[in-house]
Design a protein around this ligand. Structure first.
Ligand SMILES: O=C(O)c1ccccc1NCC(=O)[C@H](O)[C@H](O)COP(=O)(O)O
Length: 361
């Protein structure tokens, strides 16, 4: 089977929805008429999904600058459109840039090759199982320790950044799993870091902390050594979410589905199948960057939060966890996992930082 036929067959098998895919689509330069049509469809898509997701996946009036052979040209936007075409928050900015980035990756390495690389990668590890085992062993939430050099809210957090050494130190300290940021522009991360950590013999299962908008990224994550992938409910309507979960399962990846609000949790819980998935509540407000652990408590106290516990789903408290008291707070709220970056990565001795946070001395 040719590479293109393999990609198309995979897309059909997964039941690609209109938005998530990029799988079955042929790559071509659009004509001006197609571009105008595309712009209208983009506006429609952002309107039709607005009830489900808070993040617009593309600029509503299309991208202004177009490449045409060797020249770039700009189609001026109508009155009021330029303002509308500005990202409303950092997540939107990240996601809009991601779509362009994924297009570039696909031009260099076609999807079918990435799928094949994902399928021949060494057997994935059980990410959720490792969290549950750590909780049983220690009585504490399983720690997902994040390999994080920089962030949009804090700039560079760890200037002396050696991803492999940090990952090894986290593991020695007692982390159950690791999270590796792969976004280059906003977090100074990379897929190469993920591969380097996997190749260095780290045993902890690895989460690819990527801003997923297309299945391409899911397969790239597996091909780079990930065991789990992040899916953000603010970005992905349920149709895309189920498609991406299926794509992840097809190559043995588990999913961490992240929510920021009760409404997002309610929506995610309505997904058909959540096997191989865990959930996370992010405590960072992406409009203001303010963090508040009370977000986890409030969501877990809602009927949707109670349902998470009744269904035995693993829930992680994410962001702004700095002290053992913070760990105890989110555990009391019902979290059996925590995802921690800044507080442990910025310290000179990440191994000791993990032990202190989990009180494992
Ligand atoms: O960290 C940020 O500034 C940020 C901004 C916009 C989108 C996502 C962001 N962070 C991703 C994360 O989810 C955190 O890296 C993770 O939860 C760890 O948070 P922390 O322990 O506060 O570093």
């Amino acid at each position: 089977m040719s590479a293109t036929a393999a990609a198309a067959a995979c897309s059909r098998a997964l039941g690609a929805p209109r938005q998530a895919a990029g799988v079955a689509q042929q790559r071509h330069r659009p004509s001006a008429a197609q571009q105008r049509r595309g712009n209208r469809q983009a506006a429609l898509a952002s309107a039709s999904t607005s009830e489900e997701v808070t993040i617009r996946r593309r600029p509503p009036h299309g991208i202004e600058a177009q490449g045409c052979g060797p020249v770039d040209f700009k189609v001026p936007l109508g009155e009021g459109m330029a303002e509308d075409n500005q990202p409303r928050n950092i997540l939107e900015e990240i996601v809009w840039h991601k779509a362009i980035e994924v297009d570039r990756w696909r031009e260099r390495v076609p999807l079918a090759r990435v799928i094949m690389a994902a399928k021949v990668s060494p057997q994935p590890r059980d990410f959720i199982g490792a969290i549950q085992a750590a909780t049983q062993r220690t009585g504490k939430p399983g720690l997902i320790a994040e390999v994080k050099k920089a962030s949009p809210s804090k700039g560079v957090i760890q200037p002396n950044f050696d991803p492999v050494k940090i990952a090894q130190a986290y593991e020695r300290g007692g982390a159950a799993c690791l999270s590796v940021l792969t976004d280059a522009k906003f977090f100074q991360g990379s897929f190469e870091n993920l591969t380097a950590i996997r190749d260095a013999g780290v045993q902890c299962p690895l989460l690819c902390k990527e801003f997923v908008v297309e299945a391409y990224q899911v397969f790239k994550a597996r091909a780079s050594g990930a065991d789990a992938i992040l899916l953000i409910a603010a970005v992905l309507p349920n149709s895309d979410m189920s498609y991406l979960i299926k794509a992840a399962r097809s190559v043995g990846l588990q999913c961490l589905i992240e929510v920021h609000t009760i409404a997002e949790l309610e929506r995610v819980l309505a997904l058909d199948k959540l096997e191989g998935c865990m959930l996370g509540i992010n405590n960072r407000d992406l409009q203001t960057f303010k963090v508040d652990l009370a977000n986890t408590k409030e969501i877990m106290e809602s009927p949707a939060g109670k349902q998470v516990l009744e269904r035995g789903l693993v829930m992680a408290g994410e962001s702004a966890i700095f002290t053992p008291d913070d760990v105890a707070f989110v555990q009391a709220a019902g979290c059996s996992a925590i995802l921690v970056g800044e507080s442990i990565v910025k310290q000179g001795d990440p191994e000791a930082a993990v032990k202190t946070l989990l009180e494992l001395h």
